[in-house]
Write a new protein. Structure first.
Length: 179
């Protein structure tokens, strides 16, 4: 499955090379590409972008679109999503993702915040580990939090977490639970 995921991401990267679209691979696929142990192998691909880039990506990759851009919201998540099918793999493009908990709100801002700390792996831009850490803390995915802490070390990604807070991408509000 990882080879199919890597092939899908290479196809995507090649198709978007001349585009202005900015995107980052995240989630279990990005963790697996880094060699981080997961409880189960990735079943799909999560690509993060700002909303304007979701539409650019969908336009450039029209032949792979299974489900066009649509708004999706749950109690925890809100985003614009497009589902692609590439190399037999479901690739979900997630735009302007916001994660809201009783005490916190985290907005994924790819272009102006996270892209600056992206890592390349096999030529594919990956979400910073600090994002993965914050995201999994908010989702209460302790298995991933533990794996990320073991990989990141004590202070390695502190600057990125501080940037998420400083840019108001991640807002912790002790009063939100009292609303």
């Amino acid at each position: 499955m990882m080879q199919a995921i890597i092939s899908a991401m290479h196809t995507m990267a090649h198709a978007l090379a001349g585009s202005e679209a900015v995107w980052l691979l995240g989630g279990s696929s990005a963790l697996a590409m880094r060699g981080i142990a997961l409880a189960a192998p990735p079943r799909d691909v999560d690509v993060y972008a700002d909303e304007m880039d979701v539409h650019r990506i969908a336009n450039e990759l029209q032949q792979y679109v299974v489900k066009p851009a649509h708004y999706s919201a749950t109690a925890l998540y809100a985003s614009t999503r497009v589902l692609l099918r590439m190399h037999g793999v479901d690739v979900e493009i997630v735009g302007d993702l916001t994660v809201t908990t009783p005490s916190s709100r985290y907005t994924v801002r790819v272009r102006d915040v996270l892209m600056h700390d992206a890592e390349l792996c096999h030529g594919i831009p990956l979400m910073p580990l600090a994002h993965e850490y914050v995201f999994n803390v908010l989702r209460a995915r302790q298995d991933r939090v533990d794996a990320l802490e073991a990989r990141m070390g004590e202070d390695c990604h502190r600057a990125v977490v501080q940037r998420l807070i400083a840019t108001r991408s991640w807002i912790m509000d002790s009063h939100r639970g009292n609303e």
